[in-house]
Design a protein around this ligand. Sequence first.
Ligand code: NDP
Length: 240
Amino acid sequence: MTKPLVAITGASSGIGEATAKAFSAAGHPLLLMARRLDRMEALGLPNTLCKQVDVRDRASIANAVSDAEQQYGPVDCLFNNAGVARLADIGEQDPEEWDETIDINIKGVMNALHPFIQGMKQRKTGTIVNMSSIAGRKVYPDHTVYCGSKYFVHAVSESLRGYLAPHDVRVIVISPGIIETEVLDHVTDPNTLKAYKDNKVRIGGGISADHVADMILFAYQMPQNVLIQEMVVTPTRQEY
Ligand code: NDP
């Protein structure tokens, strides 16, 4: 095994799953983390440890990382991807959905970073790819808490980039627009869901998660002294 270990949160579907396949095809051993273990195991990827992890549980992430690193050596790339999109009319939305978004998209992102910052800094190498969104660069009235969570990811990524740059560790933030995944399955507000889907039809649909995966792999494969700080990718017809 010559290629280093890559860790991915939210690897059981969508962009995380596509990225797992891309890195596996490039020869990397993988640590895949999400709640749906069956979905990750069904991918049948070689040299891959699948761990049932809820990113709200810091200890379970740390345990999964420790198990994987014993088997495959230190994680060289973290794709910090797990997230939910509870889009809704903020005046009507149940605050429980705010809590869930904050716990997964904000605290979960920090929980997943925790096992890696110190080790990468000490080894003087590593790459962190944080999943934001186009909604982390501009706001939409029915994305209120989701936008807040993704602006958080941008702020943390910029700060962490500054912190880790002197140690040759790269921090990349990726901001996709509409990608065809299961992300809308958890939207409970019918009007918001309809508006989103209508807009998607209007622009000719979202794009494949495979394109996002290819971009992440490309950025990772650049030499360690080359940092693509931010990537924004949308369907060509998605004008905002
Ligand atoms: P999916 O719903 O297909 O994937 C979400 C992934 O996150 C799943 O693997 C899910 O796994 C995981 N996840 C959710 N909650 C938790 C949790 N508590 N603990 C561990 N894993 C969790 O959607 P996408 O692939 O689209 O979403 C991936 C990321 O991309 C998200 O951060 C999303 O905000 C972002 N994004 C998506 C866009 C899109 O248009 N699709 C656009 C911009 C950003 P499981 O349920 O098994 O735990």
